[in-house]
Design a protein around this ligand. Structure first.
Ligand code: SF4
Length: 246
């Protein structure tokens, strides 16, 4: 069985010779505070965990608006997740045609739905609310196509379990700020960043949403807009790359 995201044990994993984990933790909290103040706090989702899993599986490499349209289209066309599970794959693929790779996502979605039904006797993930976070994560990660990011999104967004999802934006902004070293991969960043935050779903959610929005709007992939950023005094990239060249 695959293992869920673990809290980090070895400070050397941060990618620095001698990381001061206490200082990194204080910096992560200050980043969260400033960006949450700047962008505003996002409420938790009202979606149940099964609906959230569908949403996240549709969203891979797809814009938020397209994901939302495909999700709404599935419910409009089939009425419930059981009907999506039992429909022909071609019909499901047509309903989600606007997301990237519908031909991959439609059969995967149905296979996950069938597996959940086989194991639980119904297409429902509400039992995750009552499981400890590690058990819930291990259960989800056994499903084909469900990795640590999808698992963390489902558990944090829909049932408020303290597990941090790291997407490309959270990974890039964390690296530029110096919360993790340059060579730390997104997969390894889950545990490292989570270990800098308190074991509290609201703070973890605020950190995730804050860095996601910052990465989409200001700390973008090409040419970060540092002149608009409220984090310049905390940022390694700004101190070492932007400022010396300005
Ligand atoms: S100062 Fe620039 S590189 Fe650093 S977080 Fe802000 S936008 Fe990103």
């Amino acid at each position: 069985m695959k293992q869920p995201t673990q809290r980090v044990r070895n400070p050397a994993d941060y990618g620095y010779p001698s990381p001061d984990v206490t200082a990194l933790s204080a910096k992560a909290l200050e980043v969260t505070r400033r960006l949450t103040e700047y962008y505003g706090e996002v409420p938790f989702s009202n979606k149940d965990p099964m609906s959230m899993l569908v949403d996240i599986l549709l969203s891979h490499r797809t814009r938020d608006e397209q994901t939302a349209a495909a999700y709404d289209n599935l419910l409009k066309r089939f009425g419930c997740w059981e009907a999506v599970r039992d429909a022909s794959t071609q019909e499901v693929q047509e309903a989600i045609a606007n997301v990237n790779w519908p031909e991959v996502k439609a059969p995967r979605l149905q296979a996950v739905m069938r597996r959940i039904t086989e194991e639980r006797g119904e297409l429902n993930l509400d039992f995750l609310r009552d499981l400890p976070v590690e058990e819930g994560a291990a259960w989800l990660e056994r499903l084909e196509g469900v990795g640590p990011k999808t698992t963390a999104c489902v558990l944090l967004f829909s049932v408020q379990k303290p597990l941090l999802p790291v997407d490309v934006h959270v990974h890039r902004v964390s690296g530029r700020l110096g919360l993790i070293g340059k060579k730390v991969t997104a997969d390894n960043a889950h545990a490292l960043l989570q270990a800098l935050l308190p074991n509290d779903a609201r703070t973890i959610y605020n950190f995730h949403k804050a860095l996601l929005r910052h990465g989409q709007r200001i700390c973008v992939y090409e040419h970060p807009r540092c002149s608009k950023c409220v984090l310049t005094d905390l940022c390694e990239y700004y101190k070492t790359v932007v400022k010396p060249n300005s």
